[in-house]
Write a new protein. Sequence first.
Length: 375
Amino acid sequence: MARPINLFKILGIRISIDYTWFIVFILFAWSLAYGYYPAHVPGLAIPAYIVMGVISSLALFICVLIHELSHSYTSNRLGLDIKEITLFIFGGMAKLTREPDKAMDELKIAVAGPLASLVLAVVFYLLRSAVDTAYHFQPVTSVMGFLAYINLALLIFNIIPGFPLDGGRILRAVWWAKTGDLKKATRVASRIGKGFAIFLIVYGFFQIISGSFVPGVWALLIGVFLQQAAEGSYRQLIMKLSLEGVKVKDIMTRNVITIEGGISISDAIERYFFRYHFVSFPVVSNHGVVGLIALGNVRGIEKERWPATAVLDAMEKLSPERVLHPNDNVMHALSKMLSEEVGRFLVIDEGGNLAGILSRRDIMKSMEFKTELEG
């Protein structure tokens, strides 16, 4: 899967866009320029409609970004440490390192987005009224009116009580507060979300066969997306809950094969990488662990230099930020891996000795195993 495109940072949060965003941008601008605006503002030239469509699509992008930033800013104020938002084909997604610990925190985060959309709808409505009164310039007032309408539509759509929409998260928070059971609350909200998604899919299908092609395609695509998101979000939560109380020492790989730092990269490849088929090895020197060498480190050095380059010179040096301890919680370990975009950490005991190595694959296998056993 292609990595999203990084754009900029706001409030310390990195903003990126998925490649699918360009699809929806083009489709949305086209449908506005050749459908919505000619029907609502007749008599203008085609270039004017195109400009109005592109500006409206860009403005919608900004509105969705503000909506997502509201969620993420609230999350950060509550200590959840959101570092990235990715905007994709039907909205945005914050890169959560963990779920809220309290129902009220979940409620505050969920409500923040719809409130932002409500404020934007009011602001654009007031701007439309002001421009209409002062200048009566129909292209501008039409764009402002559309943005007021679309933000109101986003508000209404998002408060539908189906997970993972904001309304579903609000429902989950209320159910969670009432019962104390996050798993059951998520299951209920996810089922409602999937039911709404199926309704959109069926509605879109009938719209298409009845001749309303564009609205039908939009409803169909959004329905498919919501169904997948509802199922994926519930499955992800169940997997995370399966790690509660699990320590790093419970699932880490022990008896790790290490590489002496003084040998050459060529020797390391022949004697370790080709022999054991692991993608990384801890590096030891003077009877102590000093770093980690992975295939990525090796690829960063020209092949001609491998015989003359020591592993010590190619490895990633050990640092306190890149190690775990046996009694660390696995959820803490997973959060570190996600936030630092690292695939594995060395596990060091209290005496400074290598106790093992923990990878994302170890965590995923543990999640899947426990999920299968617990149903």
